[in-house]
Design a binder for this molecule. Structure first.
Ligand code: VGL
Ligand code: ZN
Length: 195
């Protein structure tokens, strides 16, 4: 337990009920909460329990209004997760488990698309890898949205960096069900564990 952590990828309103509402997203939030409650004490009992024994790291898509991934700029996606909007916020049920030092922002540069949480940085400029390394984490559980994009890219980068990656397969949302299934198969073949 001491060397385990959870990475929550893009559980943000635009991917849940907003401009890019994904399939299975609400269910994924509920399943993530069940998992977190299983692994931690309730937040009001002791915040130290959450932060100490089982770190929970959040990845957030965090785009400027004219980001290159938006259709108006020639990208593939409708505007989503624009800085300062509700769509860019973490689902309220998960907010009690957030900590700015363990929150990694990506996609904030107008000209750069970033699907992997590995490319995000926290308020101190540290990457996910930097922080997992400092905490001596070896096993990383992953949940979030969307399977085919940010979840997959984050899992694959974690694996490449040498972590044991455990994907919570009932706690992920997706753009397309066939794409989701295919991504799961590929990830499993690569050595990501589906749990
Ligand atoms: C994502 C598309 C665009 C994701 C983010 O979180 O999977 N997908 N931006
Ligand atoms: Zn995005």
């Amino acid at each position: 337990m001491k060397d385990c952590a959870l990475v929550v990828v893009d559980m943000l309103y635009d991917f849940i009920d907003g401009s890019m509402a994904c399939q299975h997203a609400e269910e994924a939030v509920r399943r993530s909460l069940d998992f977190i409650r299983e692994k931690t004490a309730e937040p009001q009992e002791s915040e130290d329990v959450i932060r100490g024994a089982f770190p929970i790291l959040f990845v957030r898509d965090f785009h400027p209004a004219d980001h290159c991934s938006f259709t108006q700029q020639g990208g593939p996606w409708p505007p989503h997760c624009v800085q300062g909007t509700r769509g860019a916020e973490v689902h309220e049920a998960l907010v009690p488990y957030t900590d700015e030092a363990l929150t990694f922002y990506k996609g904030y540069n107008r000209d750069v698309e970033q699907y992997s949480g590995f490319e995000g940085i926290n308020e101190a400029g540290q990457s996910l890898h930097d922080v997992l390394d400092i905490m001596d984490i070896k096993h990383v559980y992953v949940c979030g949205i969307a399977t085919e994009y940010c979840v997959r890219n984050t899992c694959e980068d974690l694996l490449k960096a040498g972590y044991d990656v455990l994907l919570l397969q009932d706690a992920i949302g997706y753009v397309d069900e066939a794409g989701h299934r295919q991504a799961l198969q590929k990830m499993e073949a690569e050595g990501i564990r589906l749990v």
